[in-house]
Design a protein around this ligand. Structure first.
Ligand code: BTN
Length: 324
């Protein structure tokens, strides 16, 4: 974080239930007590509320329920993911901008969040319906020390993060449809788009795009996703604070990502398989126009789906079209 205001927010968020003195804040931020007071006034103009008691200081009592750089910082427990956030009311695509920032050399952990995307992108150059503010649309930049062949693992890692977050928030048990769709009751509630740039044995950056349908009503889902998509609101008849959803995603993401860098892919794979859609079932799939079938038995370490065909031979599917 850079500005004094952002640092103030970080300090207050770490002491959210207690009073912190103006003097302590001024020492921490190397600004005068009057400057601290001015910053607090500005936060109040943004909807934050404080209890202010002489000789005790300031205590945060209310955080506005609106996504902004500051409201997301508040409650973020991360060291690097979301350390820098850019938030836009409207943008072409968080993914496109995050890739640009990554190419410009931004640090790992930059998160770009948009309320609306005019040109949201899905996998295989598909359109992602996000020209409204009912969902969470964000992209984050990673610079993992992994081999390029491992980069598909980041999609699967992100899927496990979303499984956890959705379960924590809604108490529902979502499933993951290979490689990147998160489903509730068989309908898609979230998608992940991973784009990495790598050469030889080094990943320069990976940008992870997350689209999560949060507060859409059924009538707000239009063709072509009308019958195949869903939202947290549709599944639970409740609406959710997007700011809280984003914080939960970023907090959980960092935990899982750091563990992955330290301990590898094994526990991610186990978790992913536990919630895998149609694991153990017979699937039909096409490769180069030929339709085949086999039982979905496993996931490989490079993120492929493993099928056992009728001759009991195992086949790794990289790009096949699965007839789910
Ligand atoms: C898919 O399921 O096809 C992936 C969808 C990914 C959508 C997200 S929304 C945030 C980020 N910005 C984009 O333009 N796309 C990703």
């Amino acid at each position: 974080m850079s500005s004094t205001r952002e640092q103030l927010i970080k300090l207050l968020s770490h002491h959210a239930n207690t009073f912190v003195s103006g003097q302590w804040l001024s020492d921490q931020l190397s600004i005068s007590r009057t400057a601290v007071w001015k910053q607090i006034k500005q936060l109040e103009e943004d909807g934050y509320r404080f209890e202010s008691v002489p000789n005790k200081g300031y205590r945060l009592t209310y955080i506005p329920d609106k996504v902004s750089k500051n409201t997301v910082y508040w409650g973020l427990k991360t060291k690097s993911i979301g350390k820098k956030i850019e938030h836009y009311d409207q943008i072409e695509s968080t993914q496109t901008l995050a890739i640009k920032r990554a190419q410009e050399g931004c640090d790992e952990g930059l998160v770009i969040i948009a309320e609306k995307q005019i040109a949201g992108r899905g996998r295989r150059a598909r359109h992602w319906d996000s020209n409204h503010d009912k969902g969470v649309w964000l992209s984050l930049v990673l610079r993992p020390d992994i081999m390029p062949i491992q980069s598909p693992q980041l999609t699967l890692l992100t899927a496990t993060v979303l499984l956890d977050v959705i379960e924590e928030i809604t108490q529902l048990k979502p499933e993951v449809k290979w490689p990147n769709d998160i489903l509730i009751n068989g309908k898609k509630v979230a998608g992940i788009l991973t784009q990495a740039q790598a050469e030889h044995d080094q990943v320069h950056y990976a940008v992870i795009g997350i689209g999560l349908n949060v507060n859409q009503e059924k009538s707000e889902l239009t063709d072509p996703i009308k019958h195949s998509a869903t939202s947290l609101q549709i599944e639970t008849s409740k609406s959710y604070s997007k700011q809280l959803v984003i914080q939960t995603i970023l907090n959980r993401f960092e935990e899982v990502y750091f563990n992955y860098l330290k301990d590898g892919f094994k526990s991610i794979k186990t978790k992913w398989l536990k919630s895998a859609y149609r694991l153990g079932e017979r699937l039909e799939y096409s490769i180069n126009g030929e339709v085949k079938s086999g039982v979905f038995i496993d996931l490989s370490d490079d993120g492929c789906l493993i099928i056992e065909n009728d001759d009991r031979q195992q086949e790794k599917l990289y790009t096949a079209k699965i007839h789910w």
